[in-house]
Design a protein around this ligand. Structure first.
Ligand code: SF4
Length: 434
């Protein structure tokens, strides 16, 4: 693969995707009110794992919508939200993101109970509040329940606007479901993001150009374009899908991987997205994200700036006071952990300074080494400067004083940059994508 996305072989952290994702393994640790310092404000991520069907490429923490554990999960989530809010001193939620899974298929009464827990536990005054949705799961009653919770933005998992693309991805919705979903979100005043996937099996540049044109025609405020990544090791959430065994998923992924465009093809599709979206007024601001002016996703900016965020729900990740942790992603284990008092898996191998540098470079704003030095110390800033200066002459980075950014070529080969930031790096620069 080209280096549009960090991968396990080179730079395992952080992922291209906007959702909180694994940053490594760790050990369960109890946490309690005494382990925390109060926070003034944070970003809050709430994970709803339930999906109507399992998309074969997806390795997020998901579970069947008809799971017998659904009501127990929602009760455990309620307990976790209240416990965390108390533990952190009822901080202000500056941004809220309800992701999944498919949160849009929650029933209005489930949304109302979730909203009550959030308001009791936190000072819920977000400047932006997003809910993820799948086309064909939205109706007026559900949208109004999310609006009553304070949602301002809908992130729609369109993935492709062509029948061929949706079929190749194993999706169950149809292209004609997407425009009504956008219109429904607009009718309750939400901003709209469309998620698109490129590099699906057999996709041509012409097909991707048509997808982009169809997406732009819907007038979203924001677009996220992710290359199709296919994990060939079973993810934790496999255990949540009895009857949909790993073997059939693995077979699907291996077949799909064999007919994806090659590295140069993926790079070409990415460059096409940069051109088409730029020509239509969307400003690129992160490797995989474009927005109309003023419509960047503030919650996700919190991730890329490596700020404080709390994730609640199965598989959700947190970064609080420089410590990364996550909840277990298997539903019975998550419910049991909450019953026991809420132990989390702490990523003791995470290096906050390294993560912060990598995440900052994903943004077009880049990494400001003066501010970085104020946060992590001058020695850390000097280490990063030395590592990045070793790439002089590769056309991967552009310096403006103490600020450094990826070039267009650097975005395609971002892993080659990120790997330099890892301790004990001995790599050389690949020239596979020119
Ligand atoms: S891609 Fe979305 S809808 Fe499909 S299984 Fe994953 S979270 Fe659920």
């Amino acid at each position: 693969m080209s280096s549009l996305t960090p991968n396990a072989a080179s730079a395992p952290k952080p992922s291209l995707r906007a959702k909180p994702r694994p940053f490594g393994t760790g050990t369960p640790r109890a946490r309690g009110p005494s382990a925390r310092r109060p926070l003034a404000s944070l970003g809050l991520y709430v994970h709803i794992p339930f999906c109507a069907a399992r998309c074969p490429y997806c390795d997020f923490a998901t579970a069947p919508a008809r799971s017998a554990l659904r009501s127990r999960y929602m009760e455990a989530l309620d307990v976790e939200i209240r416990r965390e809010g108390l533990s952190l001193g009822r901080p202000r939620v500056a941004t809220l993101y309800v992701g999944g899974g498919t949160p849009s298929l929650l029933e209005p009464d489930e949304v109302a109970r979730l909203g009550a827990a959030l308001r009791d536990a936190f000072d819920l005054r977000p400047v932006e509040a997003t809910v993820e949705a799948n086309p064909a799961t939205l109706d007026r009653a559900r949208l109004e329940s999310w609006a009553a919770l304070g949602i301002t933005r809908l992130s729609l998992g369109a993935q492709s606007l062509s029948a061929a693309g949706l079929h190749a991805l194993g999706r169950t919705h149809q292209p004609e479901d997407i425009a009504p979903a956008v219109a429904a979100a607009r009718s309750v005043g939400f901003d709209v993001n469309l998620d698109l996937i490129f590099g699906w099996p057999g996709q041509t540049a012409a097909a991707w150009r048509e997808d982009l044109a169809a997406a732009v025609a819907l007038g979203p405020d924001h677009l996220s374009c992710y290359p199709l990544e296919l994990a060939l090791e079973p993810e934790e959430a496999v255990a949540n899908w009895p009857g949909a065994g790993w073997r059939s998923v693995e077979r699907w992924r291996r077949r799909a991987a064999a007919s994806q465009p090659d590295d140069a093809g993926i790079a070409g599709l990415y460059e096409l997205a940069e051109r088409v979206l730029g020509q239509n007024g969307y400003r690129h601001y992160e490797i995989a994200n474009w927005a109309l002016p003023g419509k960047r996703c503030r919650h996700n900016l919190g991730y890329w700036r490596n700020g404080d965020w709390l994730g609640v729900g199965a598989g959700a990740h947190s970064h609080l006071a420089g410590v990364r942790s996550r909840d277990v992603g298997v539903l019975p284990a998550y419910i049991a952990a909450i019953d026991r008092g809420g132990e989390r898996i702490v990523d003791s191998a995470a290096d906050d300074a390294v993560d912060t540098a990598m995440l900052a470079l994903r943004l077009d704003d880049g990494l400001d080494l003066v501010r970085y030095g104020s946060r992590f110390g001058q020695d850390a800033a000097a280490r990063v400067r030395t590592a990045l200066c070793s790439l002089d002459g590769t056309r991967l980075l552009r310096w403006s004083g103490e600020r450094v950014r990826l070039t267009a070529r650097g975005r395609l080969l971002a892993n080659e940059v990120f790997v330099r930031l890892l301790p004990d790096d001995t790599s050389s620069v690949s020239t596979s994508v020119q």
